[in-house]
Design a protein around this ligand. Structure first.
Ligand code: SF4
Length: 329
């Protein structure tokens, strides 16, 4: 079975953009690949963060992922900082990476603008750690959104450079683009994200979700109930695409373009359909939240398994690089 690697930052909670844009796909792929899903806390510390909240955020992320369908037995879900090999391989990869390549990364440029007071080396080195995350497990497939394709290309380049200098060691990983396009936030202009506060959280109660959705922007042409609209210009319609059947989408299209339905009716249908997906996930979340010990034990076990695989790779790498004798690590 080919190896799949992916990571998610411990933001403290999940929103529907995370679920439909990534996690739903990981749940499907865990049946086709040997899957590693990492809660990437070493990536999260490249920006300022609250140390007191970190353990809670990590645990919440693990609980949330299990609730979404990440399977205890099919996926190695683990916390990145529990496996020291990631940082060790990063250092090694740093020596085959040019600073110019890192400075050209779009995400580095964006994050540097957003964090002018804290442009640290970790922010610049982020793609190298990402390459190490994938390659320490000899990952071949990385499910990502379009905004991460540049980083996967970078990881392939790292593999190539290492292999040319030290001999064939790492595979050239491939980006597996998710079928769902990026999920837009309720503001209708930006990708759904925690920082922009334009999200629907995965574990939010239905009333809260409806409150947010009811004031979300729609097609600006629909100023009055009697004004016809164009669904393709409306973000609510694109969100419908995540949960609504083709048949109902056709009805909405007709209702919207003829002013046969109002936006609030349309939004209500969206929330109802969304809750059909979220209800079982929320139930499962409550279940996993009451089994904290079990979740923690599983994370510990998985980290152990990952450390064993990582150790094997590091030993091989050190041997190829002439860093011998290889002591026990
Ligand atoms: S009826 Fe629905 S699709 Fe049409 S503008 Fe209103 S919310 Fe958007």
């Amino acid at each position: 079975m080919a190896v799949l690697f992916t990571g998610i930052q411990p933001t403290g909670f999940l929103h529907i953009g995370n679920y439909f844009g990534a996690i739903k796909n990981w749940v499907k792929l865990q049946h086709e690949y040997e899957s590693y899903v990492s809660i990437v806390d070493y990536h999260a510390i490249t920006v300022r963060y609250d140390t007191g909240s970190m353990p809670h955020n990590v645990f919440e992320m693990a609980t949330g992922l299990y609730a979404c369908g990440i399977d205890f037995d099919r996926t190695n879900l683990f916390v990145q900082s529990e496996v020291p090999g990631h940082a060790e391989l990063t250092w090694i990869f740093n020596t085959v990476t040019s600073i110019g390549d890192l400075e050209r990364m779009t995400q580095f440029k964006d994050k540097s603008k957003q964090n002018r007071e804290n442009i640290n080396v970790g922010l610049l080195d982020y793609p190298v750690l990402q390459a190490a995350d994938i390659l320490i497990y000899k990952g071949e497939v990385v499910p990502v959104g379009e905004d991460q394709v540049q980083h996967i290309e970078f990881a392939r380049e790292v593999s190539r450079k290492f292999n040319v200098r030290y001999g064939d060691t790492f595979p050239e990983c491939k980006a597996l683009l998710t079928e769902t396009p990026r999920v837009m936030g309720l503001d209708g202009t930006n990708k759904m994200s925690k920082s922009r506060e334009n999200y629907i959280a995965l574990f939010e109660p239905e009333e809260e979700i409806y409150k947010k959705v009811s004031v979300a922007k729609t097609d600006p042409a629909r100023k009055r109930r009697t004004d016809p609209g164009t669904p393709q210009k409306c973000n609510i319609f694109s969100l419908h695409g995540l949960v609504t059947s083709e048949e109902q989408l056709e009805e909405i299209t007709t209702g919207c373009t003829t002013a046969g339905i109002g936006c609030l009716d349309c939004k209500r249908v969206f929330v109802e359909n969304l809750m059909e997906v979220l209800d079982p996930i929320q139930k499962s979340y409550r279940d996993y939240s009451s089994r904290k010990k079990e979740v923690k034990a599983r994370l510990r076990e998985n980290a152990e398994k990952c450390r064993a695989v990582a150790k094997k790779t590091i030993v091989e790498v050190k041997q190829r690089m002439g860093l011998t004798p290889v002591f026990s690590i």
